[in-house]
Design a protein around this ligand. Structure first.
Ligand code: F6P
Length: 319
């Protein structure tokens, strides 16, 4: 293998820069040329590809976001779009591609691999929703950010004896909400993995106030309901002032915590090692503290992500 390409795609995540740096520096150490693709699959389609050097990745390990840029590019689902991308890769003499991103980005990597261009997927997303890995790059930084935000909201909702409803990201995966709720001492939570009804939630909140609660925090995973409407309903039913806060994209930014920098660095280096061994079409993960790799198509199509029911049950007892 002589030339490797690297791109970041989909929603950015803190630690993606560390992963790019891991890929770049390991490749160069092994005498392999490395090319950075701007703005994910969009830049690949538009042939925005530049050679990277050891110092192209200086001072980025501390930075959130991705210095290569990222994009959502739905047109990559089209075969003709991907054919152009493969043409560009080949024209640049690139032999393999490292894709750092979430679910949608993995899908693109699977398709390219099926169409004859070997890709390695690195899980880069705050959602922690990629199969075949315990953790994704960016998750722990987003968790830290969400917990800091909950702590701040707790201060003000405690002063005003209010109820606070907080929407947390995760795109169909409750990990960020569940873990932020436990760490932030939230009293109630709504996550996609566990069925709920608004009536039960309101009942539980009422019981909490009857037992002497003066304020409460409800953590809600995004896309489950309208948090502003829920706050109004709670206010009317519980007869207690209630406010909603959507944490939003704040959760995606910021300097990565050490774990995400280390995970990104390790996975980046591992991707190059696998490519040197001649392994393409793999998705990298960390399971029980060890780096692992799975068939990328199998990971995407067949594997399941475990839900931490124990933690959920513990949380319920702590509320
Ligand atoms: O996948 C990361 C994520 O931040 C999700 O948590 C969220 O649903 C989505 O991206 C938001 O996407 P966009 O930045 O395109 O609005």
């Amino acid at each position: 293998i002589k030339k490797i390409g690297v791109l970041t795609s989909g929603g950015d995540a803190p630690g993606m820069n560390a992963a790019i740096r891991g890929v770049v520096r390991t490749a160069l150490t092994e005498g392999i040329e490395i090319y950075g693709i701007e703005d994910g699959y969009l830049g690949l389609y538009e042939n925005r590809i530049k050679q990277l050097h050891r110092y192209s990745v200086s001072d980025i390990i501390t930075r959130g976001g991705t210095f290569l840029g990222s994009a959502r590019f739905p047109a990559f689902k089209e075969k003709e779009t991907r054919a152009k991308a493969i043409e560009n890769l080949k024209a640049n003499g690139i032999d393999a591609l490292v894709v750092i991103g979430g679910d949608g980005s993995y899908m693109g990597a699977v398709r390219l691999t099926e169409e004859g261009f070997p890709c390695i997927g690195l899980p880069g997303t705050i959602d922690n929703d990629i199969r075949g890995t315990d953790y994704t790059i960016g998750y722990f930084t987003a968790l830290q950010t969400a917990v800091e935000a909950i702590d701040r909201l707790r201060d003000t909702c405690s002063s005003h004896h209010r109820i606070s409803v907080i929407e947390i990201m995760g795109r169909g995966c409750g990990d960020l909400t569940l873990n932020a709720a436990v760490a932030g001492g939230c009293e109630f939570m709504i996550i996609p993995e566990v069925a709920y009804t608004k009536e039960d939630l309101i009942q539980e909140i009422k019981q909490g106030f009857a037992k002497g609660k003066k304020h409460a925090i409800v953590a809600v995973a995004e896309h489950m309901l309208d948090v502003n409407a829920l706050a109004k309903d709670i206010e009317v039913a519980v007869q207690h002032e209630t406010r909603a806060t959507v944490l939003g994209h704040v959760q995606r930014g910021g300097s990565p915590v050490p774990y995400d920098r280390i995970l990104g660095s390790r996975m980046g280096a591992y991707a190059v090692e696998l490519l040197i061994q001649g392994q393409g079409g793999r998705s990298i993960g960390i399971q029980n503290g060890k780096l692992v790799h799975h068939d990328i198509m199998d990971a995407l199509n067949n594997m399941k992500r475990p839900f931490d029911l124990d933690l959920y049950n513990t949380a319920k007892r702590l509320f």
